[in-house]
Design a protein around this ligand. Structure first.
Ligand SMILES: Cc1cc2nc3c(=O)[nH]c(=O)nc-3n(C[C@H](O)[C@H](O)[C@H](O)COP(=O)(O)OP(=O)(O)OC[C@H]3O[C@@H](n4cnc5c(N)ncnc54)[C@H](O)[C@@H]3O)c2cc1C
Length: 365
């Protein structure tokens, strides 16, 4: 959120300093698997429609980023196959196919979503375990290489004149008369007319704003396998497990959802066991894949699972973007635009009313 917002604001001609306590991306972002699958077309709430708009624009975002940075951004629209279990899942899938056909951007060859029988699934993905109940194939699902995205965003920021200060912790927000004035780091005071707070699960450290921006950590564990050659060709979702394949044989496996872990950002035996068993059960040939890496991250979860986007009512000039939970990579393009609109024009063309920070009266912060 920080990098995308900084890039977009700088593109509009403002002088931007990005202050990062660690290395850019070292929070939840580097833990992400980069899966970009649209929410079900039968879900039409404000978050789902904003999320879909962001995802439909990801190709353009990645292209623009490549041009601005001169770097490779790994991005593929290979689709996603979700294994179906039970009568209800199949009935929902039938509705999803019809709703996607009616409302989503068209694809050639059509349709954008399709039901696969067990046999058809086997033809498309021969290394996936036999699954007689069939699957739902969403062809608009995509994936981005998060490391490449982070590197390109940093380069694009620098190209646009953003000053990036890594290993520099903000220790206090400078707020007086209910107005944002800048930030204090351990060694410096940085004055600014506007601020954008994108500190993920660590936002609660700023007591001036914590109550208006309640973001909680939800741990996610993940791992990377390498199969030497490509064995699956689309994202495969099997219950809580999903596999994100890349053509060179890398397969990212995610993820646990642990609400009670607090800030304890570790891998556990149970978590890794769950991921490995799930991966091998879904795609048995992965039993002999090389286990390259395990990691965990703290997803920032906003109230009721919604992000918080907007200017703080009790601190003029301070805008927040956080709490994107499981969809922060996919939401980054649109969130960056919204934040740049808010900072430069004081409003956005998107309806962000459901995502505004909670209201506190001035002086109560
Ligand atoms: C296992 C896992 C898998 C995921 N998979 C996906 C996926 O496939 N697709 C998807 O869309 N999303 C995914 N996500 C979610 C996604 O990672 C998050 O929604 C997103 O990265 C949140 O970004 P952010 O910028 O809000 O927070 P963060 O990336 O956490 O950034 C916050 C930053 O603030 C910095 N910071 C904190 N305090 C200070 C301070 N005092 N001073 C200066 N800097 C500070 C931190 O160092 C950090 O870099 C996944 C998450 C996890 C954990």
């Amino acid at each position: 959120m920080g990098l995308t917002s900084a890039w977009r604001i700088a593109q509009r001609g403002l002088k931007v300093t990005l202050v990062e306590a660690d290395q850019c991306g070292s929070g939840a972002t580097r833990a992400a698997l980069g899966a970009l699958w649209p929410p079900s077309p039968i879900h039409t709430g404000p978050l789902q429609s904003l999320h879909r708009q962001s995802l439909w624009g990801f190709d353009t975002f990645a292209r623009e980023l490549r041009q601005a940075s001169g770097m490779v951004v790994e991005f593929l629209r290979q689709g996603r196959v979700e294994l179906l279990s039970g009568v209800k899942a199949r009935a929902d899938a039938v509705k999803e196919v019809a709703a996607a056909q009616a409302n989503w951007p068209s694809l050639v060859p059509s349709p954008v979503m399709q039901l696969l029988s067990g046999d058809e699934l086997h033809r498309e993905e021969p290394e996936v375990m036999p699954w007689p109940e069939g699957a739902l194939w969403c062809k608009l699902s995509a994936q981005v290489g998060v490391e490449s995205l982070l590197a390109a965003l940093q380069a694009a920021c620098r190209q646009s004149g953003v000053q990036i200060l890594e290993n520099t912790r903000v220790v206090k927000l400078d707020i007086s008369e209910s107005t944002f004035r800048g930030v204090h780091t351990l060694t410096n005071n940085i004055a600014a007319d506007k601020g954008v707070l994108t500190t993920g699960v660590w936002t609660g450290q700023f007591t001036d704003v914590a109550a208006a921006v309640p973001i909680h950590p939800v741990r996610g564990q993940a791992l990377l396998l390498h199969s030497g050659r490509q064995v699956i060709f689309r994202i495969i979702k099997n219950g809580k497990i999903f596999l994100v394949p890349w053509p060179d044989g890398r397969i990212l496996v995610g993820s646990t959802t642990e609400r009670q872990a607090g800030f304890n950002n570790i891998n556990t035996a149970e978590g890794v066991n769950f991921l490995l068993n799930g991966a091998v059960a879904t795609c048995p040939v992965l039993a002999t894949a090389r286990l390259e890496k395990i990691w965990s991250g703290l997803r920032p979860s906003g109230p009721h699972g919604r992000p918080i986007i907007g200017e703080l009512k009790h601190v003029q000039g301070l805008v927040v973007a956080g709490g994107h939970f499981k969809i922060g990579i996919g939401m980054a393009p649109l969130t960056g635009e919204i934040i740049a609109d808010l900072v430069t024009q004081g409003r956005s063309k998107y309806d962000i009313s459901p995502f505004l920070p909670q209201e506190l009266s001035a002086g109560k912060a």
